[in-house]
Design a protein around this ligand. Structure first.
Ligand code: 218
Length: 177
């Protein structure tokens, strides 16, 4: 894990970050504002499982960067943007801690869980600090952020783990370098 990433990993990290960006701007089911059932994390999750956390975090970081530079980010303050687009998206790469030669469905689900939890933890923190004003009267900011970001995390986790497990059953080669 401490060795330099091979060129192929860097190229894949960039291409899959761009793919995530494109999937993310396609229409998706949005039961509430900020709660989206989206498969956009799949390219970065797949890359993380192929190459490990370092490449995964680089890819997530590039995806966040693309959103900021292409004007597709919701920015309230510079620190909020930094947390929600650079840190949160880079943390998806922690899914790569579960990379292995022979991945079981269980390991894939665990990796997706960790990737989603790591990303949405930062959205939860940012939501608590920066989006508390949007909470309904009498609702504490932390609870409001937990409900919004917790449900987004849960739906994303369910959608991405179902699709990635099916993908591994039909095309296991995609998960191996
Ligand atoms: C309560 C609350 N509302 C909005 C946001 C902002 N947010 C939430 C989830 C994901 C993203 C990144 C773009 O998909 C953003 C900016 C929040 N953190 N909390």
């Amino acid at each position: 894990m401490n060795r330099k990433l091979p060129l192929q990993a860097l190229i894949e990290a960039a291409v899959l970050a761009a793919l995530a960006y494109i999937i993310d701007i396609l229409p998706a089911i949005e039961p509430f504002p900020w709660v989206k059932i989206s498969l956009a994390m799949i390219p970065v999750l797949l890359l993380s499982l192929r190459w490990g956390p370092k490449a995964g975090m680089a890819s997530g970081f590039v995806w966040g960067l693309l959103q900021v530079v292409l004007g597709n980010a919701y920015i309230l303050t510079p620190l909020q943007a930094f947390i929600e687009y650079f840190i949160a998206f880079a943390f998806i790469g922690l899914a790569g801690l579960f990379t292995s030669r022979s991945l079981s469905a269980k390991t894939i689900v665990l990796a997706v869980f960790v990737g989603c939890l790591a990303r949405y933890f930062w959205h939860f923190l940012a939501g608590w600090v920066y989006f508390g004003d949007s909470a309904p009267e009498g609702t504490p900011a932390a609870l409001y952020s937990l409900v919004i970001n917790g449900s987004a995390a849960l739906l994303t986790f369910l959608a991405c783990s179902v699709v990635l497990v099916l993908l591994q059953k039909t095309a296991p080669r995609l998960f191996k370098v």
